[in-house]
Design a protein around this ligand. Structure first.
Ligand code: CP3
Length: 344
């Protein structure tokens, strides 16, 4: 592991007066230069599967704001695409996928088309060679539960009705799909590491709708399997889990998945939570992304509170969820400069 990089060394017990930072969705529509390249690419998939353009948009926020981490420009829906699902991002509607809703549909999924994802690894390779030696390259995937929600619902959902219907009518085939996604995630992440990813994040954005028992089955167990699978080949790669809005399941998730770091969302009460997580586990988060839409002073007061509470922990500053498209880039600049200048 390259210990000269602030973000990577934060996983060890190395003290630096500086706090590493990056922001979820730091590349995206709030940046005019992103909108320009996105227009040129024609569609989101064309952009994500074009190594040169994906590299360019990954680097855009780094050039402007100097984050300590560059997250690969891609999407969690690349895995369904690699398994043969049609994936399209429709303006104003979000992702649209050909649906997988029962045991019969599962036979449509196959690893035969997994090479469709080769441009992703090529993008990582390019980014790695263009990144300065201070910025860490972050690869990622969605957690099986969260990725499955898009496949089963055919896109974004509010009630996850098709997921719950399948889960509660034919648990065996439902578990098969989750296992298949875990296996695909292991292969995908390993290839990302081979191509140059130095840290990995597993996004479980929708695990917050699971009961305690199902959280264990469909969030903790598959995540644990992915962590073990990747670490069998790459024991030193740091892996961050993001069990968004998982509430009181958080300590168990951290203990049982084997992740090296946990990304916290904005609803987490840091005073109650810090004592429940082993100090060896890195924390990441958790400024409310809505503060970037408000006034500067309020945003910086809240950022400082987080920096202060985390100052004795292994910590990467981030938001509780992604940068919204309505965000003024100048506000991201103000926040970035504040974190860079803040010393423990
Ligand atoms: O900068 C980064 O964070 C890296 C790139 C990245 C994107 N999506 C780019 C993107 C990452 C890490 C993701 C993860 C992702 N994608 C998640 C997990 C994190 C989270 O937000 O909870 C989820 C749930 C998705 C699924 C997804 N992708 C949806 C629901 C949408 C549509 C919503 C929207 O804002 O339109 C996307 C599209 C998407 N992924 C965009 C970007 C920049 C916007 C589409 C575009 O530019 O055309």
């Amino acid at each position: 592991m390259d210990m000269t990089k602030l973000l990577l060394s934060s996983f060890q017990n190395k003290t630096s007066s500086q706090t590493p930072f990056w922001f979820m969705r730091q590349a995206g529509r709030y940046l005019p230069e992103y909108r320009e390249v996105r227009k040129q690419a024609g569609s989101f998939m064309n952009l994500a599967l074009n190594p040169e353009l994906a590299c360019e948009v990954t680097l855009q926020p780094i050039r402007r704001f100097g984050m300590s981490g560059a997250i690969l420009f891609s999407d969690i829906l690349m895995i369904p695409y690699g398994l043969g699902v049609d994936v399209e991002f429709v303006e104003g509607k979000g992702p649209q996928l050909s649906q997988i809703q029962n045991a019969q549909d599962l036979t449509k999924l196959s690893f035969d088309s997994f090479d469709r994802l080769n441009p992703v690894y090529e993008a990582l390779d390019r980014i790695k060679s263009e990144l300065g030696n201070e910025t860490s390259l972050i690869g990622f995937c969605g957690a099986p539960w969260t990725v499955a929600t898009y496949m089963v619902e055919g896109g974004s959902s509010k009630d996850f009705k098709n997921m719950k219907k399948w889960m509660y009518t034919d648990e065996e085939s439902f578990s098969e799909m989750i296992d298949l996604l875990a296996e695909a995630s292991i292969q995908y992440l390993k290839k990302q590491v081979k191509a140059g990813a130095e840290v990995l994040q597993i996004f479980d954005s929708w695990c917050g709708v699971l009961t305690k028992e199902n959280f264990d089955k469909y969030s903790i167990q598959p995540t644990k399997k992915i962590v073990e699978g990747v670490k069998a080949d790459f024991p030193d790669i740091p892996i961050i889990g993001f069990p968004r809005k998982c509430g009181s399941n958080l300590p168990k998730y951290v203990r049982e998945t084997g992740i090296d770091g946990v990304s916290l969302d904005e609803t987490v009460d840091l005073d109650l939570t810090l004592g429940t997580i082993d100090e060896k586990v890195l924390l990441q988060g958790c400024l409310d992304n809505g503060l970037l839409l408000g006034n500067e002073e309020k945003m910086l007061i809240e950022a400082e509170k987080i920096l202060h509470k985390m100052k004795n922990r292994r910590f990467i500053f981030n938001l509780g969820h992604g940068v919204m498209k309505y965000t003024n880039p100048d506000q991201v600049g103000v926040l970035s400069e504040f974190i860079k200048s803040w010393k423990k």
